[in-house]
Ligand binder design. Sequence first.
Ligand SMILES: [Fe+2]
Length: 405
Amino acid sequence: MAAHFAGSIPPFDVELPGEVRFGPGRARELSSIAARYGRPRILAAAPAWAFDGKGPAALVLEALRVAAEAVIPFRLGEGEAVSSEVDAGAALARSEGCSLVVGIGGGAAVDTAKAVAAMAPRGEPVESYLEGVGDGRVLDRPGLPCVAVPTTAGTGAEVTRNAVLSSRDRRYKRSLRSLYVVPRIAVVDPELAVTAPPFVTAASGLDAIVQLLEPYVSRRAQPFTDALAAQALPAAVAALPRAYADGSDLEARSVMALAALYSGICLAHAGLGVVHGLASAVGACTTVPHGVVCARLVAEAVRANAEALAGRKDDAAATARLARLAQAGRWVTGRPAGTPLGDALAGADRLAALVEALRVPRFRDYGVTEGDVAAILALPLGGNMKTNPADLAPGDVERILRSGL
Ligand SMILES: [Fe+2]
């Protein structure tokens, strides 16, 4: 491993998230988890379908009702987490006297629950606290406790310290970020994902794969998250087609749940790259789901980074980062080592083939056209570009974006 650090291990920090309960069937423990908070009034934030009495969320709600004085449903709209919904949820939590927030669903539901819990005691719009949007206010004290129960394997939102919120009107997709946003407890039960449809499995699973790859090749890569990526990236690339083909394959679902969990820890510690930078901009301007954006851009992003780094042979740091792209490529392909550039490009080709095999839509399937490119590129790509392995030229970034159209 030391080879990846060119002979020396850099200083690094680990701020472990809250408690994690991982494994099939663990959602049943939500009764005892809720009971730790006395007999709480629980705000349950979840997509509307979760309250129809069927599917995986029904089991979760049932377990919560055993321990709660009341479970107040907060039905979320379709699509990504939005600031106005967070304000509505926080107001509901206050008016109902809630003492616990539980987020059930994909990354959007979990992020909404995290932000609602953080904002509930404050009575101010969440926008004032968003990075690059608000007036620089920071969360300086805990909000309500939050329990995250993901029903898809993708974002790792159950262990991250940011909630990504959008506003279509104001054209932003930015983070509410604080240690007080990390869920107190994450219940990661792979059984909850067995009914996720193939499209959701593909998009969320590819998001997790990108969130393992980008931190591994990041300029802030570090040994702790490297170990997680080394275990989860090759396993996820092998398991995702199985989970896609047979949703009830609990072994594959478990690997993907672990990959998503690890990916959240990796991105929180080591940062991301150009794929997630562009994902924020695309998400602010279009309705393309986050996982689809990441899936459609990753291959070209790996190629652009590898080629830019390969052109700087006299730069030891660039060579070391290319070695990481090559290692990630070998994890993805399972092939023995060739040249560093060759391994990285082979990894990109393998990821592109995986995205095709899983029938991930293109941006144009959501009505995005050539005419939208300029507006997307005009938006700031955020801190993700600071950790991207290569210094990409504007033309490279545009080429990566166009690869998704
Ligand atoms: Fe992501």
